[in-house]
Design a protein around this ligand. Structure first.
Ligand code: NAD
Length: 255
């Protein structure tokens, strides 16, 4: 028996890193169907194919309301319901500091990163609301270590992930008792996240160490290490949890 037997999930940003690991784990935990969403068609298709009959790759942009609606309709049409919505698609900001950006760069960068990281989650959950209410389902949003403190990214990424933490809390309040809403705040993970390699290369060092030695648990996580947390939060084992963002940071909290 798996943690998610018979459940249907949507995982955005599922064409890469953490999202792909979550989709794999959901299927291993018995999910009846997982819709893997990515705005890069080749990633969505490849992961959809790789994960087999119970997975479906959909090319969609989380910034678009129409795309979010299409994703949810596809999930319900293909698998008959929607129980779990994972808002995970995200982009990074190359850890650039405010003084290194001009006004127009800030304006464009803010609009871009907020549209993917924050608005994408908001629109995705809204589009999924009807089937989630029907199934008394659950939402999990990917925040970040940078959702709680400075210097895990640049000014734009940090703002966008604080917005995700706020969204988890507000949605949990508004949607209780029908839909549980939680988040995961990863520390560091080896993925294709745009610009993640630039962490710590600016004028001031990042406070988010990515090396084994600097992490109290002495282990740089793999994407699969995060996936179990997403499985637990979506499962009946977390039935008393809503409004939490689980910080999975390799022990940085006790550094
Ligand atoms: P990743 O780049 O491997 O995966 C993100 C996926 O989202 C990519 O496949 C990308 O194509 C997709 N995507 C980007 N914009 C999109 C859009 N508009 N619509 C649909 N899909 C879109 O990176 P990842 O590290 O697995 O990132 C997953 C989440 O984890 C992100 O929200 C990221 O901010 C968060 N996170 C990552 C780290 C890390 O160290 N990698 C740390 C903390 C939080």
């Amino acid at each position: 028996m798996g943690l998610l037997d018979g459940k249907v999930a949507v995982v955005t940003g599922g064409g890469g890193g953490i999202g792909k690991a979550v989709a794999e784990r959901y299927l291993a935990e018995g999910a009846r169907g997982v819709v893997v969403v990515d705005n890069l068609a080749e990633r969505a298709d490849a992961v959809g194919r790789e994960l087999g009959d119970r997975a479906l790759g959909v090319c969609a942009d989380v910034r678009s309301w129409a795309d979010n609606l299409r994703v949810v309709e596809t999930a319900v049409e293909a698998f008959g319901a929607l129980d779990v919505y994972v808002g995970n698609a995200g982009i990074f900001d190359h850890a650039v500091h405010v003084a290194d950006l001009t006004g127009p760069e800030l304006e464009a960068g803010f609009d871009e990163i907020m549209a993917v990281n924050a608005k994408g989650c908001l629109l995705g959950v809204r589009a999924a609301l009807e089937p989630l209410l029907a199934s008394r389902g659950s939402v999990i949003l990917t925040a970040s270590w940078a959702g709680f403190r400075p210097a895990g990214g640049g000014v734009l990424y940090t703002m966008s992930k604080h917005a995700v933490v706020g969204l988890v809390r507000e949605l949990a309040y508004e949607l209780a008792p029908h839909v549980r809403v939680n988040g995961v705040a990863p520390g560091v993970a080896p993925t294709t996240l745009r610009g993640i390699e630039s962490i710590g290369q600016g004028a001031k060092p990042s406070l988010m160490p990515g090396t084994e030695d600097a992490l109290p648990l002495k282990r740089v996580p793999e994407t699969a290490d995060y996936a179990g947390i997403y499985a637990m939060l979506a499962s009946p084992d977390a039935s008393l949890m809503t409004g939490f963002v689980v910080e999975a940071d390799s022990g940085l909290a006790v550094r």
